[in-house]
Each structure stands twice: as C-alpha cells, then as structure tokens.
Ligand binder design. Structure first.
Ligand SMILES: Nc1nc2c(c(=O)[nH]1)N[C@H]1C(S)=C(S)[C@@H](COP(=O)(O)O)O[C@H]1N2
Ligand SMILES: [Mo]
Length: 523
C-alpha cells in the first residue's frame, strides 16, 4: 500500500489514481447485481422466460452431459435446481469481483466483462425453445443497466490524484454504492413480484371446484390401503410432497384463459381445445402411482395421487387416429417433449389429460392447467406437464426429449420394492422388528412381496388392501433380529408372476433393477 510519504514513482502515482480493492470489488458485484435485477424486471414485463440468469441456467441444463445430470439428480434429488442456481450465483459473484478489481484504474475491463456476461445471457435466451424477439429486451436491459452502473460508480470512486476538494469523496462513493445496491434489490424484487402476480397461481386459484367424474366411487384411500402407522409413506401423497422432476428452472406459467391444446398429425380431424372445453367433457378419476425412470433402487422419486381428467381414448377417438400412427408426441409450453405409445392410451387403461390432482386443480409445478398421465409408464415417456400440443406420429419419425439423450423409447415401469423401515441410520431394538415398505408394478399389479435377513429364507410379507393395479402397494412383516448387524432385503412379484431380478442395473436407459438392501444394527 502506498502512503503519502512514498517516493514519487510511477507505481505510486498510478496507485493513487486506482480505486481501493474492496471498493472496486463492490463496484463489480453491484454492476452485475443491477444487470441481473434489470434483466429480471424487464423479463417479467416483456417475456417471463427471458430472465437472463434463469435462461443461462436452462441452457446449462440443456447442455449438461447426461452422466452429470444423472449425478445431480441422484445427489441432490429434487433440490438439483437450487444447487444449480446457487452455484451459478457463486460463479457470477466471483467473476464480478474479479472484473471489479481488474477495473481499478479504467472501467474498460469491467465493461468487457459485462459485455461477455451479456452475450452469454442473450445467447441463452436465443437458444430457448420458445424464443421470440421480445426475449432480447431483458438481456439488453441487463447489459445497459450493468454498464451504466459500472461506469457511473467508477467515475464516482476513482481518485483524481489532485483532489479538487469536492466535499467528502468517501461519502459520495458510499452513497453511489448504496444507490446501486438499492437499484439492484428493488428491480430484482419487483421482477420476482411481477412474475409471480402475472403467473399461473392466480389463474389456478380462480378455477374453482372441478366437476365430479361420472359415478365417483368411495373416497381414497380405501380402508386397509394405508400402512403409514407402520412407517411407510401415506398411500396418497399430499400434493406438496409429490416428487417433482422437470427440466424447467422457471416453472412455466400458463393461465386457463390462454390455454390451448392442439391435437393433430395422423388424425382424420384436427382438434383444438381450450380449458373450458376440456373441463366440460366427461371426466374420469383414478389413483395413479407415478414414477421417474431416474429413481434408484430404494429411491423416493415415486408418488401416488388421485388424478381427475379427460380420458385420452375419448379424445383420440374423436380425432380419429389414422392407421400406422403408433406414437403420441406431446409438447409442453417450455418445449419439452414426450413420446407415448398410442396403444397405451387406447387399451382401456386410465390414460388421461389430468386437470385435477387430489381434489385440487393441478399444482403449477405439476403441469397446471393440463398434463398427461398414463398408468404403467415412466414419466419421461408419458407425463408431459403444461401440455399444449399432441401430434399423432410414428416412433420412426419422432424422437422425444430424453430419447434424444440416450434413454429408452419404450419405458414401462419396472417392478420394484423398497424397505422404508427400519432405516439404515437408526438402530433397531433387538428381538421382533417390523419391516415395512412399498412395492409397485404399475398396470400389472403386485402379487407378492418377500423379505429376508442375512440371506436367510424369504418370508412372505403382509400386503395392504389391493386398490388398483395402477398404484403402489404397502407391505409389512415381522422379523426376529438378534443383537448385531443385519442385512435386510426385499423383492416383489407382479401379478403376471414375474419376480424382480436380483441383478442391479442402472437407471439409464429404462429404469433400475435390483433388490433394495438395507444394513441395520439391532441393539
Ligand atoms: N414439461 C415437462 N414435463 C415433464 C417433464 C419435464 O421435464 N418437462 N419431466 C417428466 C418426467 S422425467 C417425470 S418423471 C414426470 C414427473 O412429474 P412430476 O414432476 O409431476 O412428479 O414429469 C414428466 N413431464
Ligand atoms: Mo422422470
């Protein structure tokens, strides 16, 4: 650090005209903060999916190699998005600090940095599958806000070397930094608030009670289906706990008023339906257990809900599916696609366009206003959320989102079972222990569940009431556990008589196999 008594060398002169490092770092961070705030505000006003920060995240997700994506899902589960956004914030803050410190003498390096960040943001919004010209406004606003803040603060903070006695420079700088901080915070918060207000939640709240399906049966769950008192999950998963998997960093916001569904392609009559038209049709209601193909053995990417919706077979019959069409290509408003066999939607099972979930309009994160649900198939080939387009086509001529990334074209849910209690990390009292869990083989049904300890004989577990072949089934058994370590295993047999294989296989391409194994200690 130079002081006034330093000899007059070039370094010292230039050190005198340089902004102190902490102030320079703050300027960098604030310039980028204002840029992000402006970007979010203008995005909320012009085109919500164009927030540059979130668009970069979306682009990152699209370009992430498959193994890394798999790692993120298995390591962070449904928190993978928070982890991604948090890491992005840290990287951007670091870049901003470096840019600020490099601009101690001239704002040029910082401006170059904002330009680069701006180009990354702009190219990410351009790469969005739903891009329109309005998407360019937010990155442009972010860029202008960032550069103006940087240059303005730089001018305020840079020592002139020959102080003309312009009041108290320290106070001026602090004021400038404060104003920039306020600007970043206000625009950022306002952008969030506007995005939420213009969002789908308001439309969802206005939907009102959904119509009753014809011949509604007794309430779910029927008696005997729930083993939650033995330590399994509740038979019906509350909407707030239902697992969520999608590629959308920003949950698509679709109002019922704007909603349109087009059914076209290899059909005799093209159909376009709005929300009211869908909801005034004959509806069906059915409990359906959905599962994600990324669910590891023993994993929790599986949930059960009572869905209410329009049977797909009715819509397909009305459109008239032409001979040769074997695939239903569905597209979400965010560009995501699924490819579902026509046969699975016309063979009598409860394949539907769901409007309701557990007695409520579909939650926004689960596809409001309309999503597809097909019992027996993994979500990535059947569960298109925010669905807006259905094209009847062939498997030869259309490849859906995850199939393009190495996952299977055909993906029926594999028979699986899971031990929910005892848990590996909680010691069990020695003696008689309750082992309980969940088993599923959607659209085939569970016929038997067996458990064993320490590779001993298999013991048949008690099964909960059989509600539907499309839902999971709870099971429990009593085992005697001597003090010491034990290895517990479970396997299920579906109603076709097939027992799940012991051999482990990865989730990619069409779902994990293997017996769930839990190591416990009895004390
Ligand atoms: N629009 C859209 N729909 C989607 C997805 C997606 O990424 N985007 N993911 C699919 C996958 S992989 C699964 S497992 C289910 C999960 O549905 P949920 O989030 O309601 O549990 O949604 C499917 N539908
Ligand atoms: Mo999935």
């Amino acid at each position: 650090m130079s002081t006034d008594s330093d000899p007059p060398s070039g370094t010292v002169v230039s050190e005198r005209t340089a902004i102190p490092i902490p102030v320079a770092a703050a300027i960098g961070v604030l310039a980028v903060g204002v840029a992000l705030g402006f970007g979010d505000l203008v995005a909320a006003l012009a085109a919500p999916p164009s927030s540059p920060f979130l668009a970069v995240g979306d682009q990152f997700i699209r370009l992430t190699p498959e193994p890394l994506k798999q790692f993120a899902i298995s390591a962070f589960g449904t928190h993978d998005k928070q982890v991604l956004l948090g890491s992005m914030a840290v990287v951007i803050a670091l870049v901003a600090v470096i840019g600020g410190v490099l601009s101690r003498r001239s704002p040029l390096p910082g401006v170059v940095l904002v330009v680069v960040l701006g180009l990354v943001g702009a190219s990410s919004t351009i790469a969005s599958p739903t891009f329109t010209a309005a998407y360019l406004l937010a990155p442009l606003a972010a860029f202008l806000g960032g550069v103006a803040t940087l240059v303005g603060l730089h001018r305020l903070a840079r020592p002139t070397g020959h102080d003309p006695g312009a009041g108290n420079p320290g106070r001026r700088v602090a004021l400038g930094l404060g104003v920039a901080l306020g600007g970043a915070a206000v625009t950022g918060v306002l952008g969030r608030v506007l995005a939420a207000a213009g969002g789908a939640e308001a439309s969802r709240n206005a939907v009102g009670p959904l119509p009753s399906p014809a011949g509604r049966g007794p309430a779910f769950p029927p008696p005997g289906a729930d083993f939650a008192t033995s330590g399994t999950p509740t038979w019906i998963t509350p909407n707030a706990d239902f697992y969520r998997i999608d590629t959308a960093l920003q949950v698509p916001q679709v109002s019922t008023a704007d909603y349109r569904l087009r059914i076209h392609g290899m059909v005799d009559r093209e159909l376009t339906l709005d929300y009211e038209q869908l909801r005034s049709r004959a509806l069906i209601e059915a409990p359906i257990t959905m599962a994600c193909v990324s669910n590891d053995v023993g994993g929790d990417l599986i949930s059960n809900a009572v869905f209410l919706g329009v049977p797909l077979r009715d819509l397909l019959a009305e459109a008239g599916v032409q001979r040769g069409a074997d695939q239903i290509a569905s597209t979400s408003v965010d560009g995501f696609t699924t490819g579902t066999p026509v046969a699975a939607c016309t063979d009598g099972r409860n394949a539907m366009l769901a409007l309701g979930m557990n007695g409520q309009p579909l939650p926004v994160e689960h596809g409001f206003p309309v999503r597809m649900v097909v019992p027996g198939l993994y979500g990535f080939v059947s569960g298109c959320k925010w669905i807006t387009d259905i094209e009847l086509t062939t498997f030869d001529s259309f490849t859906s989102y995850w199939e393009q990334r190495g996952w299977a074209e055909q993906a029926p849910v594999k028979t699986q079972s899971r031990i929910d209690v005892p848990r590996a990390d909680v010691p069990v009292p020695a003696g008689r222990a309750t082992v309980a869990g969940t088993a599923w083989a959607q659209h085939r049904g569970i016929a038997r569940v067996e458990v064993r300890a320490d590779s001993g004989p298999w013991r048949t577990a008690e099964l909960a009431a059989d509600v539907s072949i499309d839902t999971w089934r709870m099971w429990r058994a009593e085992l005697d556990l001597a003090p010491g370590p034990h290895t517990l295993q479970v396997r299920a047999t579906d109603a076709t008589g097939a027992t799940q294989p012991e051999a482990f296989s990865l989730t990619i391409p069409d779902g994990a196999t293997g017996w769930h194994t839990v190591n416990v200690t009895a004390r």
